[in-house]
Design a protein around this ligand. Structure first.
Ligand SMILES: *Cc1c(COP(=O)(O)O)cnc(C)c1O
Length: 385
């Protein structure tokens, strides 16, 4: 079994570390060296250099990240968007076509609709709830299907099992953005996905102090993607690798707490007369609750809700809350709250937002590690005034 054990909690602490601690250090040292002695590498990609993603800090993280999702390989990147964009750029060529889920992370949405479109790579949106409608979107040049574990900010859960098997049946590469669930709650390779991508900026690092990303999955795909990334230059600095590894060690403890806290807060909000609607896959009222229960080990720390009233009511609520920071991003130790119409989805037109179901009074909440009762008391007072 070895030091990494067979459970995720143990892997988070030990997987990937050198078998013999370096100089006896129980914590992986930072190798802050851009280049390393030439040792007979036959290929450009095997030279040791920070941009080539292969310093000891990168390699230790790659092993850990792969172990967490029971995958073959992993690549750590300079940001979540670096991971997402390199997957598309490495695996798709001009003339190719792919399928993407309807409600995507804003950065991914604009990358696909603007940058990839400019390269002659086309796509169609698929409806995650209706696998029967996907086949007619296929073309001879369709190469990939791309989904998100939970959509932002409505926390929709697509039929992910169907996505992976649809890809297998039609020879497509299946890719999923697993940022919102984290490997604690969902491990895409176990469901047949070829690749998962993460913004490690969020839960994996968990402390809102670095930006990082990862691609995890099948070894031959990760190698191809790594070679493209070596050219694009989006490697993670060794010190950020060290911080990400340190953050990962507490992921299971943090995520377990956030899963529980978010469920309690979602239940409180659902029962509150000034709240119109709560979106949280852990609630029995969520349209995909049964599906989420089958897929996930926990429902994560993200939820969103609509306040009764207009934009003024929503803005007043944001002014009144005292504990959460009003700030974009998510998955940190501190609770963060936003109004997506003015943050993550401000790049969309009001019509596009309406079509996606993102109302102007929708509030998105990332539950931190504060006491659940303090957060509930804070919401109570903010809703009272
Ligand atoms: C934040 C986020 C990204 C982008 O990650 P960065 O680290 O900010 O580049 C991608 N997908 C999801 C779901 C995210 O929440």
């Amino acid at each position: 079994m070895g030091k990494s054990g067979s459970h995720l909690e143990t892997k988070l602490i030990h997987a990937g570390d050198p078998e013999t601690p370096i100089e006896g250090a129980v914590s992986m040292p930072v190798f802050q060296s851009s280049t390393f002695l030439y040792s007979g590498a036959g290929s450009y990609h095997d030279l040791r250099y920070i941009r080539l993603n292969n310093t000891p800090n990168h390699l230790a993280l790659h092993r850990k990240l792969a172990a967490l999702e029971n995958a073959e390989a992993a690549l750590v990147t300079a940001s979540g968007m670096a991971a997402i964009s390199v997957v598309f750029l490495a695996l798709l060529s001009p003339g190719d076509h792919f399928l993407v889920q309807g409600c995507l992370y804003g950065g991914t949405h604009s990358f696909i609709t603007k940058d990839l479109a400019a390269l002659g790579i086309s796509f169609d949106f698929f409806d995650g709830d209706h696998p029967g409608s996907w086949e007619r979107l296929l073309r001879p040049e369709t190469r990939m299907i791309y989904a998100e574990t939970m959509t932002n900010p409505l926390l929709g859960v697509a039929d992910l099992k169907a996505v992976a098997s649809f890809a297998k049946n039609h020879g497509l590469v299946s890719v999923i953005d697993n940022t919102f669930a984290s490997p604690v709650n969902f491990r895409p390779p176990e469901w047949g996905f070829d690749l998962s991508v993460h913004s490690c900026t969020k839960y994996l690092n968990g402390h809102s102090d670095i930006v990082a990303g990862a691609v995890i999955g099948r070894a031959e795909l990760v190698e191809e993607i790594t070679h493209t990334m070596n050219h694009l230059g989006g490697s993670l600095d060794p010190h950020a690798c060290f911080l990400l590894d340190r953050g990962l060690k507490t992921l299971a403890v943090r995520m377990g707490y956030q899963n529980e806290s978010a469920l309690k807060i979602a239940r409180f909000l659902e029962a509150h007369p000034k709240i119109e609607k709560v979106n949280y896959p852990g609630l029995a009222s969520h349209p995909a609750h049964e599906r989420a229960r089958a897929l996930f080990d926990g429902f994560s720390g993200m939820l969103s809700f609509e306040l009764a009233g207009d934009v003024k009511v929503a803005d007043r609520f944001l002014e009144n809350v005292q504990i959460p920071f009003v700030a974009p991003s998510l998955g940190g130790v501190e609770s963060l709250i936003t109004r997506p119409a003015t943050t993550s989805h401000s790049g969309l037109t009001p019509e596009e937002r309406k079509a996606l179901g993102i109302s102007d009074t929708l509030i998105r909440f990332s539950v931190g590690l504060e006491a659940t009762d303090d957060l509930i008391e804070d919401f109570k007072q903010a809703l009272r005034v």
